[in-house]
Design a protein around this ligand. Structure first.
Ligand code: SF4
Ligand code: SF4
Length: 439
């Protein structure tokens, strides 16, 4: 695609990177066929190609973002399905991340959008605040039918309450900072990303991960001063905050790398994994962090990627048929497609692939709360596709998808359990059956 940037604009390294991306797009439109928002809304401006045109126009003009650009970029899930489909290798993720940062810097959002986005950005990445918010949501849940009728923010707040747990989750005894020694001879040492929302909503995921790894002879460390990876606010265009959160996490991991050493940094939320593996790019122009960020990105591994390199011997027969839902951040963001399935198969699970498996479930970080209508349509579509398989359970590697698909089954009046892949691995290797499978 031909571009028309001024020399002054191209003096900015970020603009240079985006211009390079724009030139790789040949506007063939192949990406439209696999874009969830184009499939649902049928508007070219809600397709990757349409958004690329809008972003190009905005950057070339050097002007503030318009309402039109904001509407269509906000509707993008950042699912990255378009990147898997694109034959020209257009790096849509870096382009839309830059566009989002430009929008936040130049566009005045209406007060209700600012309020909702501010709430999410200031609660979710901070476990203690988030725990309080969950407690409040549990109390407010019965008011959902009234809340969702509010003329402003009703739908968004209603979506928030629908996703909240029915009772406050209990605190894990395995919270960090801590070191969990390997059982038997030590074969490796890894850091596990605790995460921000996940240990509050589903502490059983990190607990299962620690049990699995230590059982396999791997020492697990939950480092000091660990916080959010920055992914959540990064997708909202809050560049400064996301970089500060990422830098703090890099420091925490580097202290371990330079100390007792790490063989890998294990991530159990694929949404975080995509961002952490991109730290090298995020800090490319930062002399203090570029090398350290690249080191961290190089060590980052999804738990199933790491397990696929180890010998796994099932301790029991589970006999379950599992529908494996590959999160977008897993299959499109990190290009991990075989590892989770090969791990589950090695442990005796029968697997079924979900039809339209490349299409997002509509969770997408905070998308299900910011864009509840499109998210709801995608949830219905995804859950319908999974339900047709009649699985015993659904497995996936991202908490957002677990909550979203779980809600989808609840809306269908079905009780199909949705668990994290590592919980099934833990059970098959001798751990307890996941609570959701015992009900
Ligand atoms: S498939 Fe790739 S090259 Fe073709 S329009 Fe989409 S982004 Fe551009
Ligand atoms: S990231 Fe997903 S929603 Fe956004 S343009 Fe690409 S395919 Fe469409």
């Amino acid at each position: 695609m031909q571009t028309n940037f001024s020399l002054a604009a191209l003096a900015d390294p970020a603009m240079q990177a985006s211009e390079k991306i724009l030139r790789t797009c040949v506007h063939c439109g192949f990406c439209t066929a696999t874009c969830p928002t184009y499939l649902e809304l049928g508007d070219e401006l809600d397709s990757p190609r349409g958004r690329i045109y809008l972003i190009k126009k905005m950057f070339e003009s050097g002007e503030a973002a318009t309402k039109e650009v904001v509407t269509h970029v906000d509707r993008c899930l950042s699912c990255l399905s378009c990147m898997t489909t694109c034959p020209s290798g257009v790096h849509y993720m870096h382009l839309v991340d830059h566009a989002r940062a430009h929008i936040e810097a130049t566009y005045r959002r209406p007060w209700h959008q600012k309020l909702m986005r501010g709430l999410l950005a200031n609660l979710l990445p901070y476990p203690n605040r988030f725990r309080l918010a969950i407690f409040a949501s549990v109390l407010a849940r019965p008011l959902k039918p009234i809340v969702e009728k509010l003329p402003v923010l009703g739908k968004q707040l209603g979506a928030m309450l629908a996703l909240a747990p029915k009772s406050p989750p209990t605190r894990s005894a395995m919270e960090g900072p801590a070191t969990f020694p390997a059982k038997g001879a030590r074969k490796g040492r890894v850091a596990l990303l605790s995460g921000c929302a996940q240990p509050v909503l589903a502490p059983e995921i990190n607990e299962a991960t620690i049990r699995v790894l230590t059982r396999l002879g791997i020492e697990v460390v939950l480092p000091k001063n660990e916080g959010c990876c920055g992914a959540l606010v990064h997708h909202m265009g809050h560049e400064k905050t996301s970089h500060a959160q990422a830098a703090a996490l890099i420091d925490a991991w580097m202290a371990e790398i330079d100390g007792a050493g790490l063989d890998a940094i294990i991530i159990t939320a694929s949404g975080c994994g995509t961002t952490i593996k991109d730290y090298g790019f995020m800090f490319r122009d930062d002399p203090a962090y570029a090398a350290r960020a690249a080191k961290v990105s190089g060590l980052a591994k999804d738990i199933t990627e790491y397990l696929a390199t180890l010998a796994l011997q099932p301790a029991r027969e589970t006999g379950l048929t599992i529908a494996y839902h590959s999160a977008c951040s897993m299959q499109h963001g990190q290009k991990i497609t075989d590892a989770p399935k090969s791990v589950l198969k090695a442990l005796g699970f029968k697997l079924k692939d979900v039809p339209e498996g490349h299409i997002c479930c509509g969770s997408a970080g905070t998308y299900n709360m910011l864009q509840p209508e499109i998210s709801g349509r995608l949830r219905k579509r995804k859950t319908g596709n999974i339900a047709r398989l009649k699985p015993d359970a659904v497995a996936t590697g991202n908490l957002g998808c677990i909550s979203q698909i779980g809600l989808g089954f609840e809306e269908r009046g079905e009780a199909t359990p949705v668990v994290h892949t590592i919980q099934l691995v833990d059970w098959a290797l001798g751990g307890e059956k996941p609570a959701k499978l015992t009900g």
